[in-house]
Design a protein around this ligand. Structure first.
Ligand SMILES: Cc1cc2nc3c(=O)[nH]c(=O)nc-3n(C[C@H](O)[C@H](O)[C@H](O)COP(=O)(O)O)c2cc1C
Length: 193
């Protein structure tokens, strides 16, 4: 017997999906075609070597490019980019270049030459796909080894996020569903009991 109210399990991911909504960037093997999509579902899975996981749906153009090139980028957008993030997640690169459509000039990541976004974003990670065909096919789960990562030094200081009242436009955003996001974070520092 519990006192909590049962919810539809199809929305149970929202209970634990407090990580930042990210932008997944991709390119063709020759680098001539590029794309960006929104992903609310991503998480680190290993620290050393650093590995992450991101869910990439079968219909997406991003998936096609990642499978072709074997690489992808993860960018962390801020509150200032909320409308672009939402719109990028509701359109496909198959209908035209989303970087142009949303006025984004990407940079190139240092090791793998993936387009990465620094405009209104605070970090990016460049990843090599760890091919796991079963996980990809059955669960849309794409594992990546982080080859390098970069962050805005005004908010990521001494290897930690420093989200304060003074830099609210640089806080990450977190999707709650239905186009609603919240802004990260009220910092609380725990003491070990
Ligand atoms: C807020 C938000 C979060 C999303 N999260 C994911 C996700 O985690 N995984 C996914 O496959 N699609 C997600 N999507 C949908 C993709 O962004 C969408 O399918 C996109 O159009 C794919 O673009 P592409 O065809 O250019 O690759 C999300 C969309 C929005 C608006």
């Amino acid at each position: 017997m519990t006192v909590f109210k049962q919810i539809d399990r199809t929305v149970s991911h929202r209970l634990i999906n407090h990580g930042p909504t990210v932008l997944v960037t991709s390119r063709s093997k020759d680098g001539k075609l590029t794309n960006v999509m929104t992903a609310a579902w991503s998480t680190p899975v290993e620290m050393d070597p650093p590995r992450i996981v991101v869910l990439i749906n079968k219909e997406s153009y991003t998936r096609e490019l990642i499978l072709e090139s074997g690489v992808f980028g993860i960018c962390v957008p801020t509150t200032a980019f909320i409308n672009q993030v939402y719109s990028i997640g509701h359109s496909t690169g198959r209908d035209g270049d989303k970087f142009t459509r949303y006025g984004i000039t990407p940079a190139l990541s240092t090791e793998l030459q993936i387009p990465v976004i620094e405009q209104d974003c605070i970090a990016w990670l460049e990843c090599k796909l760890i091919p796991e065909e079963h996980a990809q096919e059955k669960y849309d789960t794409f594992f990546g080894e982080v080859v390098s990562a970069a962050a805005d030094p005004t908010v990521f200081i001494d290897n930690h996020w420093h989200f304060t009242d003074e830099n609210k436009d640089k806080h990450s955003i977190h999707h709650l569903g239905g186009g609603n996001f919240y802004r990260c974070c009220d910092l609380m520092t725990a003491k070990q009991l």
